[in-house]
Design a protein around this ligand. Structure first.
Ligand SMILES: *Cc1c(COP(=O)(O)O)cnc(C)c1O
Length: 384
């Protein structure tokens, strides 16, 4: 390493780079495949793409692209305020919700303080804490999900933030609303609780809870939301936090003034209003999730019950299965970095994309054609 890099803080040099899902264009290049024939189920993206209303709004916003965006994001904040019934002073806009997560970290952490998160939790929590040189306290998982009691017990005097993902990525695990509410009541008010609800729009009715209503009772609660998943705008980079006005004020001071660009602000406003698109995304996802779970179960594979737009499947030699799927033009996500070396995470796509994945997986595992075993009685599944 060059001298300057040798002098970078040890905690920066210790960071393991985040490995995103492989882009379809990269696989096409590497394997000489037709990009149009590649199925990417690796980054929990919305297979419907973006809402047409959002696309039209973004197109219109281009007319003004020579100007700086509204640094205060007034129109988007107004739309969010109306949608969630909160004041403008409770909103912090982010360049994706990853930006929001980092803003919370940079607002409340310094070296010598600590943050708590669960094993198998979303990687950005660890990255955020590491980049600041604060201490990360990882608690053991419970059935692949968060153990909220262990997380509350892990809080020390120097703890400033606890990160909770609900549902969590990459596990898809879910904590019922009342459990989170009880957890909030247990956590000291001097500790910020980040409740990352990136997949909340996908929850079935029976699992829905209203974290926004808790803001009035828990001033240390920071809710993180994104336009990247059910709203179909992952490439646009927009997310936001809802928090106590004092917390939002501090985060907005740390935030770069133009962190959300003008096209993104316009697209997000239109996406928020297009509730039919979100409903369509949700219905497509629940059918696709059932399709994929049915398919992997027929192959005799274990999965972790998921409330997200993805599911963890236990395939054994995950790295080898991953590479064989790539050869068949199907991109999924290895999760060894999450301490899950035998598992692959597959995002839910269109019905035909899910079928492509299941066909390729069947081939790779040397099992029968899933369509051929579709009529087999359940007892036969484990043998596939
Ligand atoms: C995908 C995801 C996000 C969203 O990230 P963006 O930066 O908004 O695209 C946040 N949290 C979790 C747990 C996720 O899986």
């Amino acid at each position: 390493m060059i001298d300057a890099c040798d002098l970078a803080p040890e905690f920066i040099r210790a960071i393991a780079p985040y490995v995103p899902g492989k882009p379809a264009s990269e696989l096409a290049r590497e394997m000489g495949l037709d990009p149009a024939g590649i199925v990417k189920l690796a980054s929990n993206e919305n297979p419907l793409g973006a809402s047409p209303a959002a696309l039209a709004a973004m197109q219109a916003a281009l007319d003004d692209i020579g100007r700086y965006p509204d640094g205060n994001g007034f129109a988007l904040k107004q739309a969010i305020a109306a949608h969630f019934g909160v004041g403008l002073d409770r909103i912090v806009l982010g360049n994706g919700s990853n930006d929001v997560l980092e803003l919370v970290g940079r607002t409340f952490l310094v070296p010598g303080t600590s943050a708590v998160y669960s094993r198998h939790a979303f990687a950005v929590y660890m990255l955020t804490v590491q980049a600041i040189g604060a201490t990360h306290l990882e608690t053991p998982a419970q059935d692949f999900g968060h153990d909220l009691d262990a997380m509350a017990d892990a809080i020390r005097d120097d703890t400033r933030i606890v990160f909770v993902a609900n549902p969590n990525n990459p596990t898809g695990t879910f904590l019922p609303g009342p459990a989170i509410e009880a957890f909030l009541a247990r956590v000291p008010s001097r500790v910020i609780v980040v409740l990352d609800e990136a997949y909340t729009e996908y929850l079935p009715d029976a699992d829905r809870y209203d974290a926004v209503a808790w803001l009035a009772r828990f001033p240390n609660l920071v809710i993180s939301r994104t336009f990247s998943k059910a709203y179909g705008l992952a490439g646009l980079r927009v997310g936001f936090a809802l928090a106590h006005p004092d917390v939002a004020d501090l985060m907005n001071r740390v935030r770069q003034p133009f962190n959300v660009n003008s096209v993104a602000q316009a697209g997000a406003v239109a996406a928020l209003h297009d509730t039919a698109f979100v409903a369509r995304s949700r219905a497509l996802n629940s059918a696709g999730l059932a399709q994929v779970i049915d398919g992997v179960t027929r192959l005799g594979l274990q999965h972790v019950p998921s409330r997200g737009n993805f599911v963890l499947v236990r395939v054994g030699a995950a790295d080898s299965v991953y590479r064989k799927l790539l050869q068949r033009g199907v991109i999924v996500r290895p999760v060894a970095a999450y301490h899950l070396p035998e598992w692959l995470r597959v995002s839910i796509g269109l019905p035909e994309e899910n079928a492509r994945f299941l066909d390729a997986l069947t081939e790779v595992l040397g099992g029968a054609d899933p369509r051929a075993t579709a009529v087999a009685p359940p007892v036969a599944h484990g043998a596939a």
